[in-house]
Design a protein around this ligand. Structure first.
Ligand SMILES: [Mn+2]
Length: 353
C-alpha cells in the first residue's frame, strides 16, 4: 500500500512541481512521522529530506523512516540546502507560511519559483487509513469514559473550571497526551455561548451544562459534545433538546459516502428551521477531525466537498438562545460506503442529574 509520502509525491508530480517544503506541524508529522516541534520536510522527485537543528537530529533519525536527516546550521542554512537541490518549482504551504517567511524564501532561494500547494496535503489527510481511524477511535473511547466519569462529579456548587480540570485529568490518566482543544464547559445562560470555555461560574440547579471536549491519542484528536440538565429539565429545555437531537440523528442517518457536506448540513438545518429555531443555529453542522481537531471536509451551508469512505467527521447541530441557554449534541463518525460508523458511544437521551 502507498504511504502518505508516496501519495504526496505523486500529487506533486501531477501538479507539475519538482518538490515541496512542508513544515506545518501536522503536515510534517503526516508525511514524516516526526513528532517534534521544529524541522522541514523537503520532498523532491527523487529525495526525501528532513532538515532540522541540533536539538532534533537524533529524534528525526529515529522517527523519519525513508528520510535523509540533515542538520541546518549557521554555515549551512535551510536555504543553502534547498539551493543545492535541482528544483525549479517548489511547493509551499500558503495557508501556513507567514509573509515574513515567504519573503525570506523568496530572497534566499535562487532560480526557484515558489508555488502554493493549494491544499494538496489537506486533501490527502481527509481520507484516513485504518491505522489513523484506530487512533481516532481510541481518542473517542477515552472521551466517552471521561464523560461517564464526569457525570459522577458534576453537582450543584462545583465550578465549570473544576469540571474541566477533572475531565482533562481523567483523559490524560487514561492514555491521552493532551486535549484536542480547551474544553468547553458552559452552564446556565453561558450555554448559549457555542464556544464557552470553562469559567469560574458555579454550576447550579436548573442549568443546562454543555460539555464539548476531546483528547489527543498518538497524535490524533477526538471531539464530542453532550448537554445535560442539573435537576429536572423545564419544558422549554426539553423542547430545545429534542429538536437538536432529532436534527443530529437525522443527519447521522443521512451521512454516507457520495453526499456533499452542505447536503448533510441541510438535513439538520431544515429540522431546526421548521421548528422555528433556525436563527439560533448559527454554525455549520460539522467538520473533519484527524491530526487537527478542525480540518477538511466542512459540513456547512458552504461545504462543497463530497464525503468519501474513511473520512472522519463530526455531526453537531445546536440551538443557542441568548439569556436562556443552549444545547449542542456532537458525535464523531467515520464515513462508510452505505452510512457511517459512530465512534462516540455516550448516551444521547436527555440526562437530568
Ligand atoms: Mn466539533
Amino acid at each position: 500500500m502507498k504511504n502518505n509520502l508516496d501519495r504526496f509525491r505523486e500529487k506533486l508530480i501531477q501538479e507539475g512541481l519538482d518538490g515541496a517544503v512542508v513544515y506545518k506541524p501536522e503536515n510534517r508529522r503526516y508525511l514524516s512521522g516526526f513528532t517534534g516541534s521544529s524541522g522541514y520536510v523537503v520532498v523532491t522527485r527523487d529525495k526525501n529530506l528532513f532538515i532540522t537543528d541540533f536539538r532534533y537530529v537524533e529524534q528525526a533519525s529515529k522517527q523519519c523512516e525513508g528520510f535523509e536527516v540533515l542538520k541546518h546550521t549557521e554555515d549551512r542554512t535551510v536555504y543553502d540546502i534547498l539551493n543545492e537541490l535541482n528544483v525549479d518549482k517548489l511547493g509551499f504551504e500558503e495557508e501556513f507560511v507567514t509573509f515574513m517567511q515567504y519573503e525570506k524564501f523568496n530572497n534566499k532561494l535562487q532560480d526557484m519559483e515558489l508555488v502554493p500547494l493549494k491544499g494538496i496535503i489537506n486533501k490527502l489527510r481527509m481520507i484516513k487509513s485504518d491505522d489513523e481511524i484506530k487512533k481516532i477511535e481510541k481518542a473517542a473511547n477515552i472521551a466517552d469514559e471521561a464523560f461517564k466519569h464526569i457525570l459522577d462529579i458534576i453537582k450543584p456548587g462545583i465550578t465549570e473550571w473544576e469540571v474541566s480540570l477533572e475531565l482533562e485529568g481523567f483523559m490524560k490518566k487514561s492514555g491521552a497526551t493532551g486535549t484536542s482543544f480547551e474544553s468547553i464547559v458552559a452552564s446556565g445562560k453561558r450555554s448559549s455561548l457555542p464556544h464557552g470555555v470553562a469559567s469560574q461560574k458555579v454550576i447550579e440547579k436548573g442549568d443546562f451544562v454543555t460539555l464539548d471536549f476531546g483528547c489527543v491519542y498518538d497524535g490524533y484528536c477526538s471531539d464530542m459534545t453532550r448537554t445535560i440538565v442539573i435537576g429536572k429539565a423545564s419544558d422549554k429545555q426539553k423542547e430545545i433538546y429534542e429538536i437538536v437531537l432529532e436534527a443530529q440523528e437525522s443527519a447521522l442517518k443521512y451521512i454516507k459516502s457520495g453526499i456533499k457536506g452542505f447536503e448533510a448540513d441541510k438535513i439538520a438545518r431544515e429540522i431546526i428551521n421548521d421548528e422555528g429555531y433556525g436563527e439560533y443555529f448559527g454554525h455549520g453542522l460539522g467538520h473533519g477531525v484527524g491530526l487537527e481537531v478542525h480540518e477538511a471536509p466542512r459540513l456547512s451551508p458552504i461545504g462543497k466537498d463530497t464525503l468519501e469512505t474513511n473520512m472522519v467527521v463530526t455531526d453537531e447541530p445546536g440551538i443557542y438562545i441568548h439569556d436562556f441557554g443552549g444545547v449542542r449534541i456532537e458525535d464523531l463518525v467515520v464515513v462508510t460506503k452505505d452510512g457511517c460508523k459512530v465512534l462516540s458511544k455516550s448516551p444521547k437521551n436527555l440526562i437530568e442529574l
